[in-house]
Design a protein around this ligand. Structure first.
Ligand code: GAL
Length: 445
């Protein structure tokens, strides 16, 4: 997962693992930050208004239960910076007790024995019974539960600024043709149709939703879950790449000579959309959390729909917090926090703010907004094609996902690169990463 200077190997589940973990312990790699009993230092990347408010709610519930959330926020949507800081802190023997670690990015740490085994917590709280199977699958590494879940995000959302469309007497579009028609009308009326940022993870987040629309769930899984090289030759990938470029083009400013798209934080793109500087926005539903939290003008006058071609599908990312194994007797506090995160009350309060939906089937969601209710109903239905987000680490490890994100980003920004060249690069990358263990074609997780 990353280069450990003194121990350039990964701990495996064999006889060597004990030795490996022993060496790490001797080296004090996970010696931990110096929190007092009851204090839990949490490293995470929730720094927008809604993310902050959702984290604060967890902190408040923890305080009621005698635990103190010591904040370790690292700014940067998508978490690339936070993950680097986590690596650095572990190597410098300053590991936090709790870290936002999600999906496949947990595996390397779990292999090294650095994540607390939460099997007992899961058993005590009947997680396997109350939580969605797709959620449970994302909590496991090497067959053990190594993280506590917070919420399920849906990525394939198209937000439509209905107030802006009404003002320009444009009928809200239902499909790609309609979208492109209304985009042309908006441009003619002097409005930039699309909110967008050139930040690599944001470009790739738009791309994965477009890819799902063009490829459908089965081909998407063949590419990003099974890493089947043949799948990358499919024309659906070329269509998705070209759509990405066209979508980005719709975000270019109208005035000649104006500064084009820049690598802006996702909250800036949300603000463009909410304040009527753009009519359409494709983003994970943390954006809806932000629209709900911010008192931005027009922030509530929007609709959320599925990205065209993805109606009825759920491209998901599941937020989790892992507990790092430390030698300072904080296990009881960590377990207490993990238990709390999974409770129905906390789930409802947190997800209402965050824009995601509860990880449990037994939480009543009728108080949540219609977009959240739709996401929950889809995620809960066995008939729904659920596909894991590669950008948000559900399908590919940290390093693999960074390489794919970079490739997609380069294609989007370099008009001289052909789709065929990008397809070959992606194919080569996924071939080099190799097949993912246990990735079945039909299984949702
Ligand atoms: C995702 C994370 C979300 C959200 C988003 C933007 O990776 O799962 O919780 O915060 O990044 O930062």
């Amino acid at each position: 997962m990353f280069a450990v200077p003194r121990f350039p190997f990964r701990c495996r589940r064999s006889w060597a693992s004990r030795l490996c973990i022993g060496l790490l312990a001797l080296a004090g790699v996970a010696a931990g930050a110096a929190d007092k009993p009851g204090e839990l230092n949490v490293l995470h990347w929730w720094t927008s208004a809604s993310e902050r408010a959702a984290a604060d709610l967890v902190a408040a519930r923890m305080a009621e239960n005698g635990l103190k959330w010591v904040d370790g926020a690292v700014a940067g949507g998508g978490g690339a910076a936070a993950v680097k800081v986590l690596n650095e802190r572990i190597l410098r023997r300053m590991a936090p007790k709790v870290a936002q670690l999600i999906g496949q990015s947990m595996n390397g740490w779990a292999d090294m024995g650095l994540l607390l085994n939460l099997d007992d917590v899961a058993a005590r709280r009947h997680w396997a019974k109350v939580m969605f199977p797709t959620v449970m699958a994302q909590l496991r590494a090497n067959g053990h539960i190594v993280a506590a879940p917070l919420g399920v995000h849906r990525i394939n959302n198209l937000y439509v600024n209905t107030a802006l469309l009404r003002r320009h007497r444009i009928v809200a579009p239902a499909d790609w043709d309609g979208l492109l028609r209304s985009a042309a009308q908006l441009r003619a009326a002097g409005v930039v149709p699309v909110a967008f940022s050139d930040e690599p993870w944001q470009v790739a987040t738009v791309f994965e939703a477009l890819l799902l629309g063009e490829a459908g769930p089965a081909l998407y899984r063949r590419m990003l879950v099974q890493h089947d090289p043949k799948a990358f030759e499919d024309p659906a990938l070329e269509r998705a790449l070209l759509r990405l470029r066209a979508w980005r083009q719709l975000a270019q400013p109208l005035a000649p000579g104006a500064v084009p798209n820049a690598e802006r934080p996702w909250t800036d793109a949300v603000a463009d959309f909410a304040q009527g500087r753009a009519a359409f926005f494709i983003m994970g539903d943390w954006a809806r959390g932000e629209l709900g939290t911010l008192a931005l003008e027009g922030g509530r006058d929007f609709e959320c729909r599925a990205v065209p071609g993805t109606a009825g599908m759920h491209l998901y990312s599941i937020d989790t917090l892992a507990m790092l194994t430390l030698s300072d007797g904080s296990r009881a506090d960590q377990e207490k926090m993990a238990e709390l995160l999974g409770t129905a009350t906390l789930q409802l309060g947190y997800n209402r703010i965050k824009g995601s939906v509860p990880v449990r089937r037994d939480v009543p969601v009728d108080e949540l907004d219609p977009c959240a209710q739709a996401s929950f109903a889809l995620f809960a239905s066995p008939a729904t094609p659920r596909v894991p987000s590669f950008v948000h680490r559900m399908a590919v490890s940290e390093v693999g996902k960074s390489a794919i994100v970079e490739t997609v980003h380069q294609f989007a920004l370099n008009p001289n690169q052909t789709p065929a060249a990008a397809q070959r690069r992606l194919q080569g990358l996924l071939r080099a990463i190799g097949p993912r263990a246990g990735a079945a074609a039909s299984s949702s997780p």
